[in-house]
Ligand binder design. Sequence first.
Ligand SMILES: Nc1ncnc2c1ncn2[C@@H]1O[C@H](COP(=O)(O)OP(=O)(O)OP(=O)(O)O)[C@@H](O)[C@H]1O
Ligand SMILES: [Mg+2]
Length: 255
Amino acid sequence: MRKIAIANEKGGVGKTVTVINLAAALAEQGIKVLVVDMDPQANATKGLGLDPDQQQVNVYHLINGDEGVSTEQAIVSTSWQGLDVVPSHVDLAGAEVELVDVEGREDRLSQAMDTVDGSYDFVLLDTPPSLSLLTVNVFAYAKEVIVPCQTHPYAYGALEELFDTVDAVREAINPDLHIAGIVPTFYDSRTRVSPRILERLKADERYRDLVFDTTIRVNTTIADSAEVGKPVVYYRRSSYGALDYRSLAGELLKR
Ligand SMILES: Nc1ncnc2c1ncn2[C@@H]1O[C@H](COP(=O)(O)OP(=O)(O)OP(=O)(O)O)[C@@H](O)[C@H]1O
Ligand SMILES: [Mg+2]
């Protein structure tokens, strides 16, 4: 079972869209995927067609260690075969404060996920745009990190920060954690900046071996599909968004 965090401390770089559509593109191939939504914004939950307020159990209950709530209860099927989700809720934002004095607070998710081992081929975890306790919980559990990186000048600094964070977590908490890949997102060949940033990324010796060949192009259908709560892979099968995420899934399976 591959446990992959999708992370970048910078906001709006395509983390959630990558979680949703990578999951869908893998499930489409008959691979069993569980999405764990660890962002209180719950955008992955919504993007997979679920209303966070309508779910009886969510990831907050697992992190909080609510008595009598099992992880199995928190797993919800989506409308798509082989694609399940542990939904999030805005309540999750409170976990940070509530757990501040609790010992072992970084391991809450790992403990909750113990019983899930082996039931899925992939677990994809969405993270909030900050280095919060929630992200640390994800990094304590995951083995691989995929970093969506906007092909935009400001995205570059965030990348450095994330690499430092992953190094720190590896040393302190989870020796298995490593960066599995960088996905260039919001690529627009009509601009001067997108190709230039991509080129720079591929030339940088710290990053070049990690950059996926697939770049995710700017595609308004992606935003539309998130809005209606459907992965773009199912919403418009031949859109750029669907093609790019299928290509990314293919590459991930080879890594
Ligand atoms: N390739 C793309 N083309 C066009 N729009 C996109 C693309 N990828 C993502 N978007 C849109 O951009 C916005 C930000 O994407 P997304 O929510 O995935 O980013 P994020 O990194 O998860 O943000 P946050 O840090 O707030 O969680 C969303 O409205 C999404 O629909
Ligand atoms: Mg997000």
